[in-house]
Design a protein around this ligand. Sequence first.
Ligand code: GLY
Length: 577
Amino acid sequence: MPLNQQHRFRSLALTAMAAAALSVAGFVESTPAHAKAPQAQPQVLTASAVAVADKYAADTAAQIFKQGGNAVDAAVAIAFSLAVTYPEAGNIGGGGFMTLYVDHRPYFLDYRERAPMSATRNMYLDDKGEVIKGMSLYGHRAVGVPGTVDGMWEAQKRFGKLKWKQVLAPAIKYAADGFVVDDQLIERRDRASKEFAGKTNFDLYFGSMKSGQVFKQPDLADTLQRIADKGSKGFYEGKTAELIATSMTGHGLITARDLKEYKAVWRQPVVASWNGYRVITAPPPSSGGIGLVQLLKMKADLKDKFEGVPLDSAQYIHLVAEIEKRVFADRAQYLGDPDFYKVPVAQLTDDDYILKRAQEVNPEAPSDTKSVQPGLGTSMPEKAETTHFSVVDKWGNAVSNTYTINGYFGSGVVAEGTGVVLNDEMDDFSAKPGVANMFGVVGSDANAIAPRKRPLSSMTPTILTKDDKVAMVIGTPGGSRIFTSIFQVLSNVYDFKMPLADAVGATRFHHQLLPPNTIYQEPYHQLDAEVVKELEAKGYTFSMQGFNGDIQAIRIDDTTPEPMSDPRGRGVSQVIP
Ligand code: GLY
């Protein structure tokens, strides 16, 4: 199929250059004073719309829009609701990223967790210097200082129209009165329960949850009420903070001071021009925005090689894997928290650099992995179970939000008396940097553990605009599969001209440099058996993965929003007049 819409990226937008310059210089933007909420704007879309991870969050959004709230109010209310009704990944005990487009301007909010102040580089190594299995995944020592509540507070204070209490109200009701439990939640609970058995207090809190029955969370309702009453301080100070710090005593590192000093950070998003669109996406400490831009740009650079190559044919999968190999090599080497490490954003997203990388792609056979591999990071498996939601309002504002507690139900620890499920985000650091890997290559320190540092993430909440109007809001969970999944959906929509539902439902595959020449398939849609054979003959190995994302996307066709939830999850998309 001709890809006549593909163009090579031109130069980065000026804003991206400015963002990159800031990151390269290692500056941190201080949180700006809270601007006034947008005033009466003209209605530019036929309706508001959401694509969210469950039906309760969709109902929450409908209530918020009915009360006159905007996309930011709805997003914040959704985030708190999912913390109750989607406890495997929705959270107030984790962190995330929010990409916003408000009054025709792009913004990015980083509310990623931070390492506690007493965290150390080798905290997960034994006295022989080996990684202690599971220590960064389960229990109190796996927990990073949560950022979600401060993130929501910052976003809503800066851009929301409603009162803070109004956006908390739906979540408090679901926690106090309960919600009906879905089969998928029970499956995930059962798996988590086995994983955490004997290690955490998980079963005490979630053991009684039954499919089809109402589940109430009174401790969580009280915690949410304190947040409703006192704002961010209702979590980071006072009773909630005391309960979290007490639950850590003798087990974990987070103190009352860690909580009190947590701050979400407004950063410049990565912004790039592609295919007639402006791509607004996540900067470091996410690797996802840079990864997504590199994938889109390299594919466009290889227009001649992709010309006439059918979607999901052996040649298509080979070319995409070749691109992914190079993107993941850069990810391992260069990416980490920009407050600690000078991430070369401008160089990594520079047109000439990406063209050079694209020219290294071997169209005939897999490139030798060792010759592409620069670092260690990708050899660490990354948890895939995050959650994403997309929102647009009828005034043309948009929010793309991905947040996480890392694995399903995070560390498996519920802070006693709070109902808050705590993350295991410390696992997203490199537990053992600077050591030669299986290829004899020494990895980078960019993502080593340090006090107050944020671990590298793949979360990629993304917004596309055209002529200063929102054209697409998209994101997904999936760990390192996040940006390869978004890339495939965008490619399906804009290069292959597929309807959004087909683009989201289509087969997805994934390669990430390591293990060498391994392509991951998904159970939802497997690749054609003949295609697999052809690629095996080229030297690829195939591996099945249990999960390949839960895309929540909204496409805006001129003035009409079309939301779409991935058929792989229990998400709900809704147009709200
Ligand atoms: N914990 C998954 C991510 O941050 O990408």
